[in-house]
Design a protein around this ligand. Sequence first.
Ligand SMILES: NC(=O)c1ccc[n+]([C@@H]2O[C@H](COP(=O)([O-])OP(=O)(O)OC[C@H]3O[C@@H](n4cnc5c(N)ncnc54)[C@H](OP(=O)(O)O)[C@@H]3O)[C@@H](O)[C@H]2O)c1
Length: 291
Amino acid sequence: MAGAAGDLGFRIAQALLTRGARVRALVRPGNHKPAVTALQDLGAEVIEVDFNSVTALTKACAGAACVVSALSGLRDVIVDGQKRLLAAAVAAGVPRFIPSDYSIDYTKLPNGSNRNLDLRREFNQRLDQAPIQATSILNGMFTNLLTGQAPVVLFGLKRVLYYGDADQLLDFTTIANTAEFTAAAALDPSTPRYLRVAGEVATVRGLQRAANEATGEPFKLLRVGGLWVLGTLIKVTKTLMPASDDVFPPWQGMQYLHNMFTGLPKLTPLDNARYPTIRWTPVREVLATKK
Ligand SMILES: NC(=O)c1ccc[n+]([C@@H]2O[C@H](COP(=O)([O-])OP(=O)(O)OC[C@H]3O[C@@H](n4cnc5c(N)ncnc54)[C@H](OP(=O)(O)O)[C@@H]3O)[C@@H](O)[C@H]2O)c1
């Protein structure tokens, strides 16, 4: 596992260990995050490795049945870093590779519509050419973002904000469910190229109902405008914000929402039933955790 000390990666490692797998967590030298100690306590083998060295990564991948990436970053990580990890997995004879995708269906989006997803599409083109069995996990938006970063359910104003069509279907999956499913997929030797899951498929009206039920208070819909309004806001925000290495600047989240509201990256068909022991957490339950 690469990125095992990260938010999603730690949970994937946890879920793998719960399923009885042996986990080797590759971390950067000098990573002393509490997650690293926690991984060791849970029974993972933690190896410090130079992610810039294919030779070092190849040694670290030796004997693995599957390399799982939950790395997060921009081009240097998602394209360049994962290419090195892929080269190492192939050199070590690892049969399977799960890239750090965990997103809406970027295969259906045009280039230029979402910077972070363009990088995933680019890396996956390389992955498709490699002599290894690849499986990408697509899970829509992390439901957990609805109680924080994603400006959709506005708890203070009691509004559900949206652009375009209130009946557009949208995919949401919690971080925990995404991790459980990824762990199950990592241990399943017969996975297809793409697996698509959604803890809940909801329209904006569905989010409104979930917010009403979760809080016991009535939420109203707030339509800011058509998708072109959001498109313009993204352009303005990008122009006003100084260039930075931030993986998730505000306009990135706006691009993600814009993509979702177009309906293009809607996940279909869904593979939720593939691992029947997973209990999918509904949006309402996540919204109810908001204090
Ligand atoms: N669908 C959604 O709504 C959604 C939302 C958020 C994230 N995601 C996706 O989920 C995946 C994991 O994200 P996350 O939130 O778990 O990220 P995170 O908590 O920031 O963890 C990222 C991991 O990547 C490692 N890493 C970063 N740069 C590295 C480098 N240059 N070399 C080696 N390791 C490096 C970090 O290592 P250290 O431990 O050393 O820092 C960390 O373990 C990403 O693909 C992300 O895009 C999806």
